[in-house]
Design a binder for this molecule. Structure first.
Ligand code: NAI
Length: 314
């Protein structure tokens, strides 16, 4: 075996309340549903935790300022499979467009009617990509393969995408106004929080499709509901939701849904929600495990932490 670490798996999510379970462990390994706020970090630090090893690329759920104060390094998996997430975004587009979720339910009841199942050719449509990093770049290339015109917005432009794949960088307003489908691949930050709000939604092409596989808080969910209700937005595919913590990844099928916004979103026939599963492929899981164990080994051996959050080479 390449790595020799003793691993213990705990069922509960990591929070300030469950952090005492980590007593006696040198490193804690967390995912996106865990809450690494100041309270949790203070408990971990007091118990002797030395390393926070994230199994995710995103780290917006970690209070980095508190980590710095507690001298707790944070490592992550910056790339495990951009294909997994980009392909899931495409899956949401195709499923929504051709109404596969409705067709699936319908034929199981021997209803073979085609009423309401009309989609559109993706070929020749304009697709807007917000964030052309690792995932957005793969997504943009796939959409070019469908014969789409691809518009992109990113403060850092990717010249290979431009020159080799004919992706056109435009300002956000142009992207909003011209795209038939918009897919979000920018990280969550103060600059992108509720990027898709009433103002952005009012500028979209009527009937367009919005896809979010990045982070829920990129979209103001109440503004999204208004746009879906008045028909200005044609459909939405969401793998992430701002208030997903404590809901996504859990089986709540025997409980009353307490989140009215999510409950409302789930009533729309033109909304497809998946439970933060875009990363979930065998290749991505293997890469996540390997990089996480290597991050922990590097720390143990005193090697430079290539994947440390805040490290310019990560
Ligand atoms: P990346 O860091 O390679 O790319 C992010 C891109 O967004 C960069 O090119 C950056 O310049 C750009 N960006 C930053 N601020 C922006 C802004 N205001 N407007 C437009 N673009 C902006 O990240 P990667 O690997 O492509 O991941 C993107 C996001 O996907 C992650 O931040 C994460 O939140 C999400 N993700 C979701 C997963 C899922 O299972 N649903 C799994 C993995 C990542």
């Amino acid at each position: 075996m390449e790595f020799q670490h003793a691993l213990t798996f705990f069922e509960p999510r990591l929070t300030g309340q469950t952090a005492p379970l980590a007593k006696g462990y040198d490193a804690i390994c967390a995912f996106v549903s865990d809450r690494l706020d100041e309270k949790t970090l203070a408990v971990l630090k007091a118990q002797g935790t030395k390393l926070i090893a994230l199994r995710s690329a995103g780290y917006n759920h970690v209070d980095l300022e508190a980590c710095a104060r507690f001298n707790l390094p944070v490592v992550r998996v910056p790339e495990y499979s951009p294909y997994a997430v980009a392909e899931h975004a495409v899956c949401l587009i195709l499923g929504l467009n051709r109404k596969i979720h409705r067709a699936f339910n319908r034929v199981r009841e021997f209803n073979f009617s085609l009423d309401g199942l009309v989609g559109f050719d993706l070929h020749g449509k304009t697709v807007g990509v917000i964030g052309t990093g690792k995932i957005g770049a793969v997504f943009a290339r796939i959409m070019r393969g469908f014969g789409c015109r691809v518009l992109a917005y990113d403060p850092k432009q990717n010249t290979v995408l431009q020159r080799t794949y004919g992706i056109e960088y435009v300002d956000l307003d142009t992207l909003y106004r011209q795209s038939d489908v918009i897919s979000l691949h920018a990280p969550l930050s103060p600059a992108t929080h509720h990027l898709i709000n009433d103002s952005a939604l009012s500028r979209l092409k009527r009937g367009s499709m919005l896809i979010n596989t990045s982070r829920g808080a990129l979209i103001d969910a109440n503004a999204l509901i208004s746009a879906l209700k008045n028909g200005s937005l044609g459909s939405a595919g969401l793998d992430v939701y701002e208030e997903e913590e404590g809901i996504f990844f859990e089986n709540l099928s025997d409980q009353v849904m307490q989140d009215d916004t999510l409950a409302r979103l789930l009533t729309f026939p033109n909304v497809l929600v998946t439970s933060h599963q875009a990363f979930l492929t065998v290749e991505a899981l293997a890469n996540i495990a390997h990089t996480t164990l290597k991050n922990i080994s590097d720390f143990e051996l005193g090697l430079p932490l290539q994947n440390q959050v805040g490290n310019p080479i990560s």
